[in-house]
Design a protein around this ligand. Structure first.
Ligand code: 2X7
Ligand code: FE2
Length: 304
């Protein structure tokens, strides 16, 4: 039977959200913080995992913090274990991870990507350190880590060439991912691991989780985020993708790295409404947990 896409998710990854949750795998301890976003992830978790027919076999994550200069890389070993440290926030994120990888699906994505004319590479270094973006999105979506993942790198083309070249590559990667899922026979959830507007404060309060300091960096960023969320809620994903290059330039949006375009392309640019589970700022950046419930609105069908 052909595979299915259960849902696509805009899944922000500030390490603060892991720090605030105090999981045993993370070394630093906190007094909480950023509850609005963390409760949004709890609602996502309910939506994804409480329906027996909806439960996924695999979680795919595309992260801007695994950046590759040549081509699009996928994890190619069944198991990765180690310590992931955020280079900017090592006092917040020092996470012992232990992950299972769906290597069969990784290989299919690499193969289908080549058919789109993309350079793809399967990463087989057993000492490779998984980036904090992928770990944070996977942890917040499914803290148990009991579902195999496929992690996909962010190719650097939007930074080396242009937003438009980068987007075009991500549309191809999304189509390749959809075909790979269809061939795999698996039920997949796709995580676009991205914040929205991305100007941020360069100093933090003495207590990082002191919420009296947390707010959006400036009003213009907030307005841009709201405009993008309006398109998501209205089911206008084609118009959304067409607006992203301007959003990237105006709000330094992290979607520049391509995860959102990849995910919407894999879903076939849905015209049904997305559900916004939460919106909130982290050190001034805009972040939203948004679900495209492909199971509910399209029966999980993969358009290829
Ligand atoms: O990677 C991030 C991010 N995207 C947003 C906010 C803070 C930290 O890390
Ligand atoms: Fe980030």
């Amino acid at each position: 039977m052909a595979g299915k896409i259960i849902a696509g998710v805009l899944s922000p990854h500030p390490p603060h959200l892991v720090y605030a949750s105090n999981p045993p795998q993370n070394e630093p301890r906190s007094e909480g913080g950023w509850e609005g976003l963390r409760w949004g992830y709890e609602r996502l978790n309910q939506s994804l995992f409480s329906h027996p027919d909806k439960k996924p076999d695999v979680i795919l994550v595309h992260s801007p913090h695994w950046m590759t200069v040549v081509g699009h890389h996928v994890l190619g070993l069944p198991h990765f274990k180690g310590l992931s440290v955020d280079p900017i926030f090592p006092h917040l994120f020092r996470f012992q991870y232990d992950l299972k990888v769906d290597v069969d699906l990784s290989l299919l994505i690499a193969e289908e990507g080549k058919k789109e004319g993309l350079i793809t590479k399967v990463m087989k270094n057993p000492d490779f350190r998984i980036d904090y973006g992928a770990i944070t999105s996977c942890y917040l979506t499914r803290p148990e880590f009991d579902i195999p993942i496929v992690a996909i790198s962010s190719n650097n083309s939007p930074y080396y060439f242009s937003n438009e070249v980068g987007q075009a590559q991500m549309e191809k990667l999304g189509r390749a991912t959809a075909r790979a899922i269809a061939r795999s026979g698996k039920r997949a959830v796709l995580l676009a691991s991205n914040s929205m507007s991305h100007r941020h404060f360069t100093t933090e309060p003495e207590i990082p989780e002191d919420m009296s300091f947390e707010h959006i960096y400036h009003h213009g960023q907030y307005l841009w985020d709201m405009e993008m969320l309006k398109l998501m809620k209205a089911g206008r994903s084609r118009q959304l993708v067409d607006s992203l290059p301007e959003f990237m330039d105006m709000a330094l949006a992290e979607v520049k790295a391509g995860a959102l375009t990849w995910m919407l392309s894999a879903l076939g640019f849905p015209s049904y409404p997305a559900e916004v589970h939460a919106y909130g700022s982290v050190i001034g950046t805009g972040n939203a947990v948004v679900e495209w419930d492909h199971f509910k609105h399209a029966g999980g069908e993969v358009k290829i």
